[in-house]
Write a new protein. Sequence first.
Lengths: 455, 174
Amino acid sequence: MLSLASRSLPAGSALASASRNGTVQSVQVRGYAAPKGPAKIQKQGFVNKGKKKKFIQTVDPNKMKRIPAFKPLTANQLKSEIFHEDVKTELQLPVFRPDALTESNALAKVMEFPTQSNLINRFGVPKNLNIEYRILSKSCAVVRDITLTALDKLDAASASSSKDNRVVLTGSSGCGKSVVLLQAAEYCAGRGWIVMYVPRVHHTVDSSTAYIYDSRTRTYLQPRFSWQVLRRFLDVNTTLLQDLKTTKEFPVERKAPVQAGSPLTDLINVGLQDGSLAPSVLSSLMTELSRQKTYPVLLALDNFQALYTRTTRYRDPKFEAIKPYHLSVPRLFLEYASGKKTFARGAVVGALSEGRADFVTPLELCEALGLPFPRPAGPYVRRVPEIVDYSQGLQKLAVPEKLSIDEAASLFDVWNTDKALHSLPDDDLFMSKYSEASGNARAFVWKGLLATLTS
Amino acid sequence: MVHILGKVLPDSHLARHALTNFYGIGRYTAHRLCARMQIHDRCRVRELTPAQILNLTAFLSSPTSAPSAPKHPLASPSFIAPGPGKAPAAAPKPRIVEKDAAAQAQASTKRGDPLKTLKIETELKKEIRENIMHQRMIGSYVGRRHALSLPVRGQNTQTNAKTARKLNRLGRYN
């Protein structure tokens, strides 16, 4: 019979004594240590300490609030003269619109992402970019040569099946893969594509979202993640989805089937109303999107290599690690990335994340993309056949390691205008930081410009 | 606040960590318990569904009589599931692999499922008490040291041994 009260002490061992505060404390005499009581709250105010009075100001530890994430103050909040030097001037940047993206107009220029597309707001961005966009006054990115190359590829892909347009952005840590992917997603959204952008795909495999076994699909469904994807996807692509109609009847568990000819938004709303149906609705939605030819579809996945991990952090009831293709959402993404399922018009673009230690790019993916693998991997090292199968046909698009001088100069100007630099913004500072970073974009901004007090 | 078998699990705690509040459940057993109940690593106690709480309570009230972990057939990459609302396809028959004697001997030495023989709270304390009483009854060195409230495992007594003097006794873990 288990003890009913967690704080009850062993029989014959409790000695209650009143403390100075008047609270009753239980003193443990023998047996195992008494459980820790609630944290003592000291009163605020003056307390006699001998002949002197001491002011005690303590915070109730039970009520300590978490410090919220840093957000810079707006110009409106900094009107006092003290902040005169820190008054922010709004960044005036050209908008990242498809018609403005020509080589003469846009190359090496920083352009801000349009707010109309709602893409960043609703889908979010990878963690590094999130921090950067909190500090910058506008979400923006420099348009590089590789950006224009990627956008040209997407233009060519808009007419063909996604089986021929499965691209993976590769390059060293901090060279700008996530930014190019974000630019590709924004471009496609501006061009009238249907965009599904998943900035943190590793959340599907790192045991941070609920999972439940389904005997029909023989996979572990992820209802909450599927619900989030549906919610965000609907918010960003509402107008286009209202145009599209289902071509066949979609049966739904425990509910009336979604009739043929109804708008796709109805299908999505079925999944949003009942979270447990979200995985099957997401799968049906992708099937429908892959059939239609009205709008091209972009599936953009950041942290792409996490899908190809040998085992995820999830465990089955027998405590064996679950493979990524046995989870509903990674399996769906892997099927489209491998060409087993295709969009009639569209592309699948992934961006690797090389700086992560938790999900490193696996051997099978490195071999498929022609990337060097850091450890010796001769013919006697086992390659998992399923992962080799899922990585067939992926094309590599290498992001250059270095920013060009013009691109770096544009970034420098933007950070300078946003009053992020502590030192004099002269050529010396620019060239020294560029050289120290060896042209690497993240190192140039974070370790160069933002972390420097002198040149 | 979730109450399981009299223990209060704070809402903001990770479920996997909160389960270690039970006497007899450490980090590894808690991990295995979460895997058995399909509770993900980052699940907070407030996110536990009523079904999961019920299953946890049912399991922990008598771990030895709980059914063993279910075998879930998993989809190969080429498996195509029947549509929603349709009955699942017949599960494949498990392959019977004949292990040779050496492999079987090796398998039996591996750490089995700790949840099969899990004891918590009063049952575990009773078992430990009985072990100490048994040592005393057979007149062993271990039993004598418990009776004298001295260190049992060969620690120094010239110095230190304060914890042993405080905690070691025949009626320990009451």
